[in-house]
Design a protein around this ligand. Sequence first.
Ligand code: FAD
Length: 417
Amino acid sequence: MWGLDNPINFNSSQPSSGSLVTSTHTRTQTGHRAVIVGGGVFGCTTALELLSRGWSVSIINPGTPPHADASSTDVSKVVRMDYGSDIFYHELGEIAIEGWKRWNRDWPRPLYHEDGFLILSRGRMQSGGYEYENRKVLQQRGYNTEHLNTSQVLNRYPAWDFSEYSDGYYNPRGGWVESGTVVEHLVHLCEAGGVQLYSGQMYRLQSEGSRVSGVLTTDGDLITGEVVVVATGAWTPTLLPWLADVLWSTGQPVLHFLPNNPDLFSAEHFPPWSADIANSGWYGFPALADGRVKVAHHGRGVRVHPEARDTVDANHEASTREFLGRAIPALSAAPIVYRRICMYCDTFDGNFLIGPDPNREGLVVASGGSGHAFKFAPLIGEVIADAVEHRHNKWGDRFAWREGGTFGTEEARYTGG
Ligand SMILES: Cc1cc2nc3c(=O)[nH]c(=O)nc-3n(C[C@H](O)[C@H](O)[C@H](O)COP(=O)(O)OP(=O)(O)OC[C@H]3O[C@@H](n4cnc5c(N)ncnc54)[C@H](O)[C@@H]3O)c2cc1C
C-alpha cells in the first residue's frame, strides 16, 4: 500500500474481510445501526466510537482503507497546538496530544512522534502574526517554548540558514504522526470490534419519504441504517452537491526530497517546522527512516475534483527549490523522489463540518477537514458520534451545521496567490 513505509505488524490481525456486499442487493439491519461512508480518519474514528456506544456499524469504502487517494493516507501529518490566537484549536490540540500519547501506550508501537515543532518567522515575530500569537497563548497557558535567540539553540539546527527566517521558537510539545499507518490500525480495531467493511462506493443516498435510510452503491447494492454518516473527505461536495457553497476540494502539493546527508535531517536536528507559514505556506518534516524529507505547502491550493487531480507542476517545484535555497540549502538540489497532489476538503470558514443535515433526517455529514483535521483523530470520533446521537458536545458548536457566514481559514494557512 502506498505511503505505509513502516506498517505495523499485527500478529493478531484478521485478514481483511474484503467485500461483504453480496449479490442479494439488499442488506437490512435492525437496532441502532449506522452506515458510515468513507474510511478515512473521520469515518474510522466515528465507527470505533459508535461501536463503543453499542451501535452496529458498517463502513463503505472503495477497498479496505487506507485508500491510496484519501487525504488521511500519507507518511506524516503535523500534530500541533500552535493555532495562533485561536484558543479553541489550541485547547483541542492540547487534548489531542494527550490522546496521541494514550494511543502510543496502547498500540503495538508508537505512531505519534513528539519531536516538537520549530516555528520560524521571517524577521522579528510581530503582534498579530501567527508565530507571535502562538507563543503568547502558549506562555499565557503555562507552556515553555525555546526562543531562537541564542547561538546554542540555533546551532542545534545546522540544516537551517536563519538569515531570513531569523526569529521564532521551538515548542517541544507537538510533532508528527504516521497518518496512513494510524488509519491502518484504526481499521484493524474496527474489524476486530465487529465493524463490517463493505468494499464499494456510494452512488447516492436512499430515502424513505423525507428520511435517509441507506446508501446505494455504484454496484447497485443497498446498505441500510438508521443513520448514514457521510465522511468522504474531498469527495463530499460531489456526493452531496447541495453543500457546494459550504465545502469544496482543493489540491495541495507534497514533495519528497532525498538528500545525500540524511543525518542533517534527523528529528533531533530537523524537527517538524514551519517557515512564516501564514505568509508563505511552507512546512515540513524530519527525514523518514529511508532518508526522504517531506516538504509541503499549506496554501490556497487549486480547486479540483479529487479524481481530476494532476501531479505537482514545474512552477511549484521551482518555487520550492527557490525557498529551500534560501532557508535549507542542503535540500535545495536534492532529487525529488515523490510527488503528490493531496486533497483538502475546505469549508468556507476553515472549520470542519460535523452535524446532522437539518433538511434530511437520518443524514450526518462529517467532513471539511480543511487541511488540518488529522491531528484531532483521538477526539474527532467522539464529536461525530455525539452529532449522530444528537448529544451536545463541548467542541461541537464550532463544527455544527452551517450554510454560510464569514469566509476564513485557520491562522496558519497561507491564503495568498
Ligand atoms: C497535503 C495534505 C497535508 C495535510 N497535513 C495535515 C497535517 O499536517 N496535520 C493535520 O492535522 N491534518 C493535515 N491534513 C488534513 C487531513 O489529512 C484531513 O483533514 C483528514 O485526513 C481528512 O480525513 P477524512 O476522513 O475527512 O477524509 P479522507 O481521509 O480523504 O477519507 C475519505 C474516504 O472516503 C472514501 N470515499 C470517497 N468517495 C467515496 C464513495 N463514493 N463511497 C465510499 N467511500 C468514498 C475515500 O476513498 C477515503 O477513504 C493534510 C491534508 C493534506 C491533503
